[in-house]
Design a protein around this ligand. Sequence first.
Ligand SMILES: NC(=O)c1ccc[n+]([C@@H]2O[C@H](COP(=O)([O-])OP(=O)(O)OC[C@H]3O[C@@H](n4cnc5c(N)ncnc54)[C@H](OP(=O)(O)O)[C@@H]3O)[C@@H](O)[C@H]2O)c1
Length: 277
Amino acid sequence: MTIPRVTLNNGVQIPQLGYGTYKLPPAETRDLVLRAFDAGYRHVDTAQMYRNEREVGLAVAASGLPRDEVFVTTKLNNAFHAHDDALAAFDRSLTELGLDFVDLFLIHWPLPAVGLYTQAWGALEEIYASGRARAIGVSNFQPSHLARVLETGTVVPAVNQVEVHPYLRQDEVRAFDAAHGIVTEAWSPLGRGTVLADPVVAVVASRHGVTPAQVVLRWHVQRGDVVFPKSATPSRIAQNADIFGFALDDDDMVAIDALHRDERTGSHPDTENRTGR
Ligand SMILES: NC(=O)c1ccc[n+]([C@@H]2O[C@H](COP(=O)([O-])OP(=O)(O)OC[C@H]3O[C@@H](n4cnc5c(N)ncnc54)[C@H](OP(=O)(O)O)[C@@H]3O)[C@@H](O)[C@H]2O)c1
């Protein structure tokens, strides 16, 4: 199985399918990430907030894979947007992961009421210049937040990682990202499981002889977004990577597009301002 790669605005290539690690049981995380590598994944999405960077790093080391064949993303936690705090937090991430560099480092949330995300971006630009992050980007940034980063910064974010699934198409954010050369990464691509029981998804799945999760992940991939479904279930880890042997047709895509109902499973970035997470 070959997972396609998407080229970021600085030429770095990211596998379009990765493995999400939010809420994996800590004691099982190392082995689950190793299972994902066995199933063909070469991209892992973690965060300081998930408190599992150490286990992800242990899996990378134990895999025996050459470092340049694994793409590792981590994210700056909300308490550390001040410039020096961001630099120190990044150093801690490298230590936890046991790596000399990460492939992608993101600001996890903009926290607009805290008002420090442009300062945090300045720190990420320094980290990028030092070569310890091959690419830098943001997460949960609305177009208004991205516009400020574009005005005040010198590096255009490589990605914007936002909640996207059939119940939340994110047309406006994705259009803004695309217009500025920013790749959209879709978090909670399965809507944390909510979209899998949808009857429209079930009909498309049975027509193709695949599962609802495979249909939804295929919909994301055909829209061009980067995805990293999370599963703590080995059979689902393998199933979620097995989406490159079939294709949805235009009617399937339109039917799934029509499921949009502006429904979030997580916080809204305009109102999420907690720093203690
Ligand atoms: N930047 C951000 O703010 C942010 C926020 C949220 C998530 N993320 C990232 O995005 C990743 C994915 O999002 P997520 O974990 O919230 O949700 P998700 O991947 O949309 O859904 C995960 C849920 O779906 C279930 N599932 C997975 N594959 C399945 C399958 N083939 N069939 C049936 N059920 C299946 C999982 O169950 P089991 O585990 O029991 O198999 C789990 O309950 C995260 O792990 C994290 O890396 C980022």
